[in-house]
Design a protein around this ligand. Sequence first.
Ligand code: ZN
Length: 65
Amino acid sequence: MTAETREQFIQCPYCGSHYHAVVDLSGGDQVYIEDCEVCCRPIEFQLHLDAEGHFAELVLRRDDD
Ligand SMILES: [Zn+2]
């Protein structure tokens, strides 16, 4: 694990499972899809960094909203 990744405790918006997901901070603000580790449904990750490039917020959405 490098300084440009972070382990974030998340809750799947589909099945409600909690687990640690690794987020990549090197690409700046981004939106991407990653399958839930438990139910394998596609979760939309909305990653926000602050002005210094540090982790600010991670928003999870269902892909079928
Ligand atoms: Zn799930």
